[in-house]
Write a protein that binds this ligand. Structure first.
Ligand code: AMO
Length: 440
């Protein structure tokens, strides 16, 4: 047996003093003080000190320990000695150290935290970067967030779905597509499960969610755009935009609650203190947002303009100053700047039943009540300069009993990024895809 415990599991509640255990992991550090040698073993959950006293142990074992090479993989069997002064409150007194694989040197990057590596260096050697506690902490929190999302949806009677990522049509007008070759036909990587989750409403699924990749051929190189992102998508029948906004804000509060409960150690490593956002979130209309921007910025925003980065920050700061909260909605966007599937208000069709969920620093989610009337949908597709022929498979589902429905999509990476205050979105993806990066 190469491992009986993780380092962090060795506690007086669960392990006896003197008990024989086996730890496995990487050599974080070897400190040779002559008469005593400390080998710090690191695993996914933390670190442990293996202590070798020259006078007390086998000479061969002592000499082998002194020669261990950093970041090599070892398995150590020994007895536990609880010792308040030792890191984590215990030492391991070894009987056997198995070297499972020797690491080359020098390492492609430092793992001790003494030297701050550039993001690019870290991403180039991601396997080493992931051995750093700060990096692991981000992905443990991301994992917990996704667990909380699934828990919330399952409890609320959603069905989890998987829709194709190789498709024949665009859905999100504003952003470009990645073309691929599909046998002898042109195809694309999907920008959003949008059309499919709507078709599922026609199939009577009522409440669906999907967590999957979306692909956006956006050329810009920013701290908050990826070319492959993870989208959390929701679609609900017999619901309007207000119903799905409520689902969204409650989900956000649920994720924060779970992360606070279950990720104490990781949050501490990152120095992040979280507070559960207060629900319901403030709702500002698009028209109110224009007023806020124009009263605070020199560059004016006109009706029909999208909210730029400066506008997002201005309104985000306004909301934070007035409410102390970071999350809010912008509702009632002009129909012309939202995708074709957003439902216009019956009495003022220039406005749509759409919303964005914002964090103080950026947009996290967009959604809307959808058009479920086939004729209106066709005319909206045409008025956005698209050809309805390409949407035949989608439009067909609206002709044989499509219920009214609404939904939203939220970027997983942006969510984690704003929760943890991460500088760059690439820090929240294991292997980010951007304009320049296609491997690892
Ligand atoms: P939208 O295009 O606004 O809406 O995308 C929804 C959310 O997905 C995230 N996101 C991204 N994250 C990182 N990098 C990107 N390039 C990127 N693009 C999008 C953002 C964004 O708010 N079909 C609609 C959703 C719906 O109405 O259900 C849609 O895709 O957090």
């Amino acid at each position: 047996n190469l491992r009986t415990h993780y380092t962090a599991e060795v506690k007086p509640e669960s392990v006896d003093n003197g008990q024989k255990i086996t730890l496995a992991g990487w050599i974080h550090e070897v400190r040779d003080l002559g008469g005593i040698c400390f080998v710090v073993l690191r695993d996914r959950e933390g670190k442990a000190q293996v202590t070798l006293v020259k006078k007390k142990i086998d000479k061969e074992l002592f000499d082998a320990a002194r020669r261990l090479i950093r970041e090599s993989v070892i398995s150590v069997t020994g007895s536990v000695k609880f010792e308040e002064k030792a890191p984590n409150g215990y030492e391991l007194l070894p009987e056997e150290i198995k070297v499972l694989n020797v690491a080359g040197s020098p390492l492609p990057m430092d793992t001790t935290g003494k030297v701050e590596a550039e993001l690019d260096t870290r991403l180039d050697s991601r396997f080493i970067d992931l051995r750093r506690a700060e990096t692991t902490a981000v992905f443990k929190i991301r994992h917990e967030a996704l667990q909380a999302i699934r828990e919330y949806f399952v409890k609320n009677k959603f069905i989890e779905t998987a829709t194709p990522k190789v498709v024949a049509t665009a859905t999100e007008g504003g952003t470009a597509l990645f073309p691929i070759t599909y046998f002898d036909r042109e195809a694309f990587l999907n920008q959003s499960p949008q059309l499919f989750k709507q078709i599922l409403m026609g199939g009577g699924f009522d409440r669906v969610f999907e967590i999957g990749p979306i692909f956006r051929a956006e050329e810009h190189d920013t701290r908050r755009h990826l070319n492959e992102a993870t989208s959390i998508d929701v679609e609900v029948s017999f619901a309007d935009h207000f119903d799905v906004m409520e689902i969204l804000e409650n989900l956000v509060a649920h994720i924060y609650t779970r992360v606070i409960e279950n990720c104490k150690a990781s949050l501490e490593i990152l120095g992040v203190e979280l507070k559960v956002p207060k629900t319901p979130f403030l709702k500002l209309t698009y028209d109110e947002v224009i007023e806020i921007v124009n009263s605070r910025c020199e560059e004016k925003m006109h009706w029909g303009d999208d909210l730029g980065t400066l506008g997002e920050h201005t309104v985000g700061n306004y909301v934070y100053e007035t409410t102390g909260e970071s999350h809010y909605f912008i509702i009632d966007w002009p129909t012309e700047i939202k995708p074709f599937y957003a439902m216009p208000y019956e009495d003022r069709p220039e406005f749509s039943k759409s919303f964005d969920m914002m964090h103080r620093t950026m947009e996290l989610s967009s959604g809307a009540q959808r058009i479920h009337i086939s004729e209106l949908l066709k005319s909206r597709i045409e008025s956005q300069g698209l050809n309805p022929d390409g949407f035949e498979f989608y439009l067909k589902a609206f002709e044989y009993g499509m219920p009214p429905h609404a939904g939203w999509g939220m970027g997983c990476e942006r969510f984690v990024m704003t929760m943890l205050g991460t500088e760059n979105i690439r820090d929240t993806v294991l292997f980010p895809r951007d304009r320049r990066r296609l491997s690892p």
